[in-house]
Design a binder for this molecule. Structure first.
Ligand code: CP
Length: 330
């Protein structure tokens, strides 16, 4: 039913300054001007959410949250984003168990039913390419990719880049360390696309060799101008990073528990000792979460750790902004 696709998308519509009605499938659709616009709206959304200001921006609109794969942050923050702006949601989690998908309804039919009841569909799915397939199936409403397999997670990248922008005031001339499961982490795949839009970014990618970026991704991303340096040992972590971005090993993408455990045993964990040895005093430590043996909870008290602070909160503000723009209310 679902076809494996390359991590680099083709035949998708660029946002080109106009979000209204657009499917949001890949970070490849964004340009610098689109991010500037979205971040300007995000600042307004943050005001609304932080001050609990009643908003009617999405009044009268319904957003369908269709999550075929588990989620804590993306699901809850999209739900919060709609409700903060006065809209409503239809929420379907695990449709394979709790909808007519369990009776054999096709993916395309499910999408067309959901679009008959809503003004936009937010979709998470375990298959790469599912968001694009949903966008093709939906005739009337935009589809937003909330994570498709090990492919992309563009709205995570919006909040990650907003977090970086808030901290550093720029998205160029950054040096970062992206660690963990680079092969399967959709958040890393989208973030590298986002950072490649800006000049002079250098990203170190720390992973076991078996979890390094696919060669297709590595070459295609480098062609965009971002400097990628793959490292495989703790000792090679540079001392001058502006940020670290840690990710877990994606257990659900492995063929067997044994393969997963082998990969996990080769991972470098972000610990107080690691920060002490290699991290600048003014860097930030990010993690899209959930963390599973990736970041030691002993790091949480360190002020540089933003994953349970600004990073998760920015998920609501950026998704409020994206929905307001895509639904044409701003
Ligand atoms: N970061 C992220 O996508 O988390 P969830 O899987 O909990 O949505």
């Amino acid at each position: 039913m679902f076809q494996a696709i390359s991590h680099l998308q083709t035949d998708i519509e660029m946002i080109g300054g106009d979000f209204k009605g657009k499917d949001i499938v890949s970070f490849d659709q964004f340009g610098v001007a689109d991010l500037n616009k979205l971040f300007t709206v995000t600042r307004q959304m943050k005001q609304i959410a932080e001050n609990n200001e009643p908003s009617r921006l999405l009044e009268g609109l319904l957003v369908g949250l269709l999550f075929f794969e588990p989620s804590s942050r993306t699901f809850s923050s999209f739900s919060a984003a709609v409700k903060r702006l006065g809209g409503q949601t239809i929420e379907m989690q695990n449709p394979e168990a709790f909808s007519s998908v369990s009776k054999g309804e096709t993916f395309e039919d499910t999408i067309q039913v959901m679009e008959a009841y809503t003004n936009a569909i937010v979709l998470r799915h375990r298959f790469s390419g599912a968001a694009k397939q949903a966008a093709r199936a939906a005739n009337f409403v935009p589809v937003i990719n909330a994570g498709d397999g090990n492919n992309e997670h563009p709205t995570q990248t919006l909040l990650d880049m907003y977090t970086l922008y808030e901290r550093f005031g720029r998205l160029d001339n950054l040096t970062g360390l992206l660690a963990g499961d680079a092969l399967n982490s959709r958040t890393i795949h989208s973030l590298l696309r986002g950072l490649s839009l800006y000049e002079n970014n250098t990203m170190y990618v720390l992973s076991p060799r078996r979890l390094q970026l696919s060669r297709d991704d590595f070459v295609s991303l480098q062609d965009r101008g971002i400097r990628l340096i793959e490292i495989h040992r703790e000792q090679d972590i540079p001392h001058d990073c502006d940020f670290w971005y840690w990710t877990r090993v994606q257990k659900e993408r492995f063929a067997s528990v044994e393969e997963y455990q082998q990969a996990q045993s080769e991972i470098v964990v972000a610990s107080p000792d690691l920060l002490e040895k290699y991290a600048r005093k003014d860097m930030i430590l990010m993690d899209p979460l959930p963390r599973v043996e990736s970041v030691d909870p002993a790091v949480d008290a360190d002020e540089r750790a933003v994953y349970l602070r600004s990073q998760i909160r920015n998920g609501v503000y950026t998704r409020m902004a994206l929905l307001a723009l895509v639904l044409g209310r701003i």
